[in-house]
Design a protein around this ligand. Structure first.
Ligand code: ZN
Length: 135
């Protein structure tokens, strides 16, 4: 039981438009979707590089998780998401290893994926996301 690949890297940005123009103009990637996740108080933009996505995250509310992150640490890498099968089993395994979970039960994230976060305190300061495509 291990992740198959890095599903995406989440990057907190002040301006989605500015960040998209960097990834398109400088790296030559293509933004294929912009989606608002009301639950998370973010607007997200997706670009694909190989099997991995870059997920740009712009806060829609200063009190939301990305708004708070940017206020505290500025723009930058926010989380790394691993693609898994059987997300519940991965969460149970992490918990049995003494990892602090942010989500003990998966919830719906962008692109209709089931997602769950592990606490960065348990992972060398990195916010780790599991995601499973159950489609
Ligand atoms: Zn994510």
């Amino acid at each position: 039981m291990k992740p198959s690949h890095i599903e995406h890297i989440g990057i907190a940005v002040a301006s989605l438009e500015k960040a998209i123009s960097f990834y398109e103009g400088v790296l030559g990637l293509k933004c294929y979707k912009i989606e608002e996740v009301a639950d998370q108080k973010v607007r997200t933009a997706f670009l694909l590089v190989g099997e991995t996505k870059i997920e740009l995250l712009e806060s829609t509310d200063p009190e939301g998780p990305i708004g708070k992150f940017i206020e505290k640490r500025g723009e930058g890498i926010h989380h790394i998401a691993f693609a898994v099968e059987k997300i519940e089993a991965h969460l149970a395994h992490a918990e049995s290893e003494g990892v602090k979970l942010i989500d003990s039960v998966p919830r719906k994230g962008a692109e209709g994926l089931d997602i769950a976060f592990l606490h960065p305190k348990s992972a060398s300061g990195v916010l780790i996301e599991f995601c499973e495509d159950k489609k």
